[in-house]
Write a protein that binds this ligand. Structure first.
Ligand code: ADP
Length: 556
């Protein structure tokens, strides 16, 4: 077993052992695919968390066999590994490990789309394949198929996000649910296939359960294997698609709205992901602290927020979603949404034609002569700001599963840097931690959790960013983000303290997180020791040396 000081979550590895291991890794992967110089490791160990652990090296294998060889070397030298696909796990720890001194295994060179099956609507991909890459490939070669994406970076990995049970934007939003048939390198170096992955089996990527115990879940949010290939289900391009946005008129009716959304989801009217967001989320995407606000506030007071809301035309609560399928279904679903939602606020449907018009308006706006009249007309017709107009095509497209850099710019809300085109919060020193408890989807549970979190954010003096996401028709994720100034040690400490307090209070109230950052993993076992003991026994059987991602999701 590895020698790990769990108080500090550091692996004890001597300099000589590390040098010998790096040499062995270079022999297998080539010198250029092993980064161990301090400068290189510095860059690769950045994250948006207040603190993260530093790896000892970062390696880039390109085949399953190379991954197996890396595992063999790690076992021989007693060095823990931390696998990731693209490492864009921003706000959850990026590519950094729970245990310092681990070797991070980045699978970005394994970026082949191995198969697309048009008839059965699935692809088989390697972990380095990104959302943008898959979408571009489908648009070019298989235009009758769509894939889902997240509203995070287009450079995120399809497999990486799914393994951490990330959520997307369409009716295929539950990403782990769309994986089918995995190839996995075990911590002992063996390569196994799950489900129907026996040689010659025809249903490997069409039938999730295989026969016998279902094992794919063992490789999600776990440290039991490195996934090197997976089937991912795709959706046929729908005959009709419209997106909608809804602004809630009175914030106090939020619980009522949640109950309606649940009913619409349970009855199959709304099948896409729904992102019900508060004003701070919209502001974080479209705007950011001014230098003066950065100097004066850790949390924007209502006197600052109110004029910003008015300027952008932002409601306290709003949400968007997509309707897709046969024309008749979309027509009927629109009618039902109007009937259920119109009494509570303002509902707007948008189709491709409207978005075409919006794009033309945005081009006209670039001409200084036209800008004023266009802005006036937009405000008069919709009550929305030009910034909201610019957001419309982005929202419409992402709800179709087209990835975009637009939304992830929220990470720069509290950054002194202007929002860049190619958002990269690690590179740009943004401070962001996701805290994401999940609740039964009833108005009262959501109200309770939103109030609990809001009070905590207030007590610790941070802006309350919350997005309510349908995980399934019975559960809602209360996704909150702590934005803090990463170069301010006082804010870093306070952000970490808020995260700790949120974790404790929500767990004490009987709620779990749907996904956890590396900062919160080591305490997960406290609430369910029997389950963690069982999982630890499985882990000891599969990973006798404890070499793979120790500490991940609480498993030592
Ligand atoms: P993305 O770049 O899509 O955000 P990451 O590569 O950062 O995804 O991975 C997200 C999480 O999933 C991390 O906790 C990582 O350890 C785990 N993970 C990612 N890819 C793999 C893989 N191929 N095998 C095992 N675990 C993985």
């Amino acid at each position: 077993m590895l020698d790990i000081d769990w108080e500090k979550a550091e692996a004890s590895i001597s300099g000589e052992v590390l040098s010998a291991a790096v040499e062995a890794l270079q022999d297998v992967l080539g010198v250029e695919h092993v980064k161990s110089l301090p400068g290189d490791v510095d860059v690769l160990s950045r994250s948006t968390l207040p603190q993260s652990r530093r790896p000892s090296a970062v390696v880039y294998p390109s085949t399953a066999e190379e991954v197996a060889a890396v595992v063999g070397i790690a076992r021989r030298y007693g060095i823990p590994l931390w696998p990731c696909s693209r490492g864009r796990n921003w706000g959850y720890g990026s590519a950094t490990p729970v245990v310092g001194g681990s070797v991070v295994v980045v699978l970005e060179r394994m970026d082949r789309i191995l198969e697309v099956n048009d008839e059965l609507a699935y692809a088989v991909v390697e972990p380095g394949v990104t959302y943008r890459q898959l979408r571009n490939h489908l648009e070019a070669k298989h235009p009758e198929l769509w894939c889902d994406c997240t509203d995070g970076t287009p450079q995120g990995s399809v497999i990486g996000n799914a393994l951490d049970r990330g959520l997307g934007t369409t009716h295929y939003a539950d990403h782990f649910a769309t994986l089918c048939g995995l190839e996995v390198v075990l911590p002992t170096g063996e390569i196994v296939r799950t489900g129907g992955g026996v040689p010659g089996c025809k249903t490997w990527h069409t039938h999730k359960w295989g026969v016998g115990p279902y094992a794919e879940g063992l490789f999600s949010q776990s440290s039991l294997g490195i996934v090197v290939k997976a089937g991912v289900w795709l959706m046929p391009r729908p005959e009709a698609f419209v997106s909608f946005t809804f602004d809630l008129a009175r914030p106090e009716t939020l619980p009522e709205l949640v109950d309606i959304i649940r009913d619409l989801a349970l009855t199959g009217v709304v099948t896409s992901a729904v992102h019900l967001i508060n004003d701070v989320v919209s502001l974080a995407v479209m705007s950011q602290y001014t230098p003066d606000q950065l100097r004066r506030f850790s949390r924007l007071p209502e006197e600052e927020l109110a004029p910003m809301r008015a300027h952008f035309g932002i409601a306290r609560w709003s949400f968007g979603g997509g309707l897709q399928g046969r024309r008749a279904f979309v027509r009927a679903a629109k009618r039902e949404l109007r009937r259920r939602l119109a009494p509570l606020g303002r509902l707007v449907f948008v189709d491709d034609r409207t978005i075409g018009l919006v794009r033309r308006l945005l081009v006209w706006r670039q001409n200084p002569l036209w800008r004023g009249p266009v802005d006036w007309a937009v405000r008069a017709a919709s009550g929305k700001s030009p910034e909201m107009l610019a957001a419309a095509p982005e929202i419409h497209d992402v709800l179709k599963g087209v990835p975009s850099d637009y939304f992830v710019r929220h990470a720069y809300f509290k950054s002194p840097l202007p929002k860049p085109r190619d958002a990269h919060p690690d590179r740009d020193g943004c401070g962001l931690i996701w805290f994401a408890p999940i609740v039964p989807m009833t108005g009262s549970h959501v109200r309770f959790m939103v109030d609990l979190c809001e009070a905590e954010f207030k007590a610790f003096d941070f802006d309350f960013y919350v997005a309510l996401l349908i995980q399934n028709p019975r559960s809602m994720i209360v996704l909150t983000a702590i934005f803090f100034l990463k170069d301010d040690p006082v804010q870093c400490d306070r952000a970490a303290a808020l995260y700790g307090s949120l974790s404790r209070k929500t767990a004490d109230a009987g709620y779990q997180s749907y996904r956890v950052s590396t900062a919160g993993m080591t305490t997960l076992s406290e609430k369910n020791p029997e389950f963690f003991e069982m999982m630890s026994r499985i882990r000891r059987a599969i990973d006798p040396d404890g070499v793979l991602a120790p500490g991940k999701y609480g498993f030592r």
